[in-house]
Every structure is written in C-alpha cells, then in structure tokens.
Ligand binder design. Structure first.
Ligand code: GLN
Length: 313
C-alpha cells in the first residue's frame, strides 16, 4: 500500500495544478447540466482498506449520468452472469459517440457495450422485475451499496432529462425492433433516465471504484456488494468503452479502467489498490470532463498506478 503521505500529497497537487484548467464546456443538451457552476472541481481517492483522501469540491453532489451504467451492469451481472451479458449486450468498443444510432445500425441492433446508451438501456431491461418501480429500486439499491450510502434521485435532474430524452427513446425502440430490448422499451428508457439522475459526490464515486478494486466488497461499509467473479468483466468493459470514443487514448496514456459521465464525474480503478475520482463540469468534445481527466491522470502517474506497468521493471 502506497503510504498515506504520498497519496495525500498527490491528491492535493493534482487538484492545485488542474482544478482550474481552462477549456471544455458544460453539457448543454440536458438543461440542468448547463446550469451547474463550471468552476467546481473535486478530487477523491478511496483505497481498498477504506482510507479516504480528498481535495476541493469532493463533497459537492452532481449528476451521476453515464457512470450509472457501471452500476446497472453490476446488477445485471449479479442476476444473469457474464455469459448472458456478453451474448446479449456485448463486450466491444463501439468507436462511436455514446448515443450513436449508427453504431447500432452497423451491428444488427446489438449494442456491443453496456456503457453506451443503447447498451445501458438493454442492460436495465435484462433485470428481472415486476414493474418499473421494482426495476428502478434494484438499480438504485446497487448504486447505493456501491457508494456506501443511500443515494437519491434528483427530481430536478430527472425532470430535465425525462422531458428532453427523445433521442434515447428512439434508441430504445430501435433496440426493440431488432430484438435486443428485453422489457417494454419505454420502461427501460424511463428507468435508464432515472438512473442517470441520482446525485453523487467525488467521494461516493471513489468509493464505488474502490469497491470494484477490492473485488466487490465496499471497503468503507465492508458489505459484499457483488461477486468477485463479476468484477473483471466490469473493468474490461470500462477499459474498452468507459471514456466513450477516447477510451483507447485513456488506456494508452493512463492505463486504468475508467468511467465518465456528462455530469463531469470520472473514476479510474486500480485493482487491489483503490480508485481515483474527479469531478468538474466542463467537458471535452467526446463528453469527458477536462479537469477530471487531468487530475485523475496526474494522481495515477504520481503514484505509479497503471494496469499495464510491469511490477518491479
Ligand atoms: N443521461 C445522459 C444521456 O443519456 C447520460 C450520457 C452520458 O453521461 N454520457 O445522454
């Protein structure tokens, strides 16, 4: 375990150096996200032994957005296992934007990844549920157990998204017509939209990542949230599609499975060590937070965390 002094110093330095970087813009296609103060910047690390390090606005609550796709994937893996997820959703990068219709068209309606909008709605539809509320409860429960506290829907974010999510509704119907949607399509879209609308902090996000890093046991609450066998498929999906169409660049330059959201959150996971999470609203053209990428990458580099690094070499 890296000594706590080094982690504390790395977190403080990365926030000081990149917490006010210029560039990027808030997501504007969801009205709520456009209104979040752009100057906010938070950074957090949670280790597999439950230590928490933070800097800046690490306790500010922001919309989880696409990062929720990881939690829904975890819930589906727990119910149906990795083989069904791979067969019905897929385990490949799309190489296209997260809400791409073309990606679906090119692959016979198979989403390829649970971490794009199409794949996330199909993943939500895979859960065995009595009705829409039951499906939603299961997803919120997984988000909460990964974060280690009871998360809640923001009515404001949800309203903002439910009244503007026409593109996602179209994707849900395309999946249905291709036979790759496993519940009523508008129910899947509704639940997916809600799952994007819960509020989390950078500390929550680092705790979620640290739960994966610890093989499925939340290091803060000590609860086993998912089976250890379901963690590698999640990290593999994050490697391939976690930062959308710049996932390759992220793997090449940082070397850690990550996941971003258009709310400005980003988490990177080092298996067996812990997770680094950043938050800041301005996004690059792909949809990843400019400052969160810079802060998380700097912490990883400073502490020598890279999945592809050969130990001792
Ligand atoms: N709710 C957003 C959407 O469906 C989430 C996308 C994201 O964070 N990339 O478009």
């Amino acid at each position: 375990m890296t000594d706590t002094q080094a982690i504390r110093a790395a977190v403080a330095a990365a926030h000081a150096q990149h917490g006010a970087d210029p560039g990027g813009a808030n997501a504007s296609y969801i009205p709520y996200l456009a209104s979040v103060p752009a100057h906010l910047a938070g950074l957090a690390v949670v280790t597999v032994d439950g230590q928490v390090f933070e800097a800046g606005d690490a306790r500010y609550e922001f919309a989880i957005e696409s990062i929720s796709k990881v939690c829904t994937l975890a819930a589906a893996l727990e119910q149906v296992g990795p083989d069904v997820v791979r067969e019905k959703i897929g385990a490949e990068p799309t190489g296209l934007p997260f809400n791409s219709v073309m990606a679906l068209e090119l692959h016979g309606g198979k989403p390829l990844s649970p971490l794009v909008n199409a794949g996330a709605m199909a993943t939500a539809s895979l859960l065995r549920a009595q009705d829409v509320e039951d499906r939603w409860r299961q997803i919120l429960s997984m988000q909460s157990r990964l974060a280690g506290r009871a998360l809640a829907l923001s009515d404001e974010v949800n309203r903002s998204e439910q009244t503007t999510n026409f593109h996602n509704r179209a994707i849900a119907w395309l999946l249905y017509s291709a036979g790759t949607m496993y519940c009523e399509p508008m129910q899947a879209c509704d639940v997916y939209t809600r799952q994007c609308s819960t509020l989390i902090t950078a500390v929550d996000l680092a705790t979620m990542g640290a739960t994966l890093a610890a093989g499925g046991v939340n290091p803060v609450t000590r609860e086993r949230v998912l089976a250890a066998a379901n963690v590698p498929p999640i990290l593999a999906e994050m490697t391939m599609e976690g930062l959308y169409d710049s996932s390759g660049d992220w793997a090449y330059t940082v070397g850690l499975p990550g996941k971003s959201g258009v709310g400005g959150g980003l988490v990177a996971v080092m298996p067996g060590w812990g997770a680094i999470a950043g938050f800041s609203p301005p996004l690059d053209e792909v949809g990843n937070s400019v400052r969160a990428q810079a802060m998380v990458a700097q912490v990883a580099r400073a502490l020598g965390l890279n999945l592809y690094r050969v130990p001792g070499a």
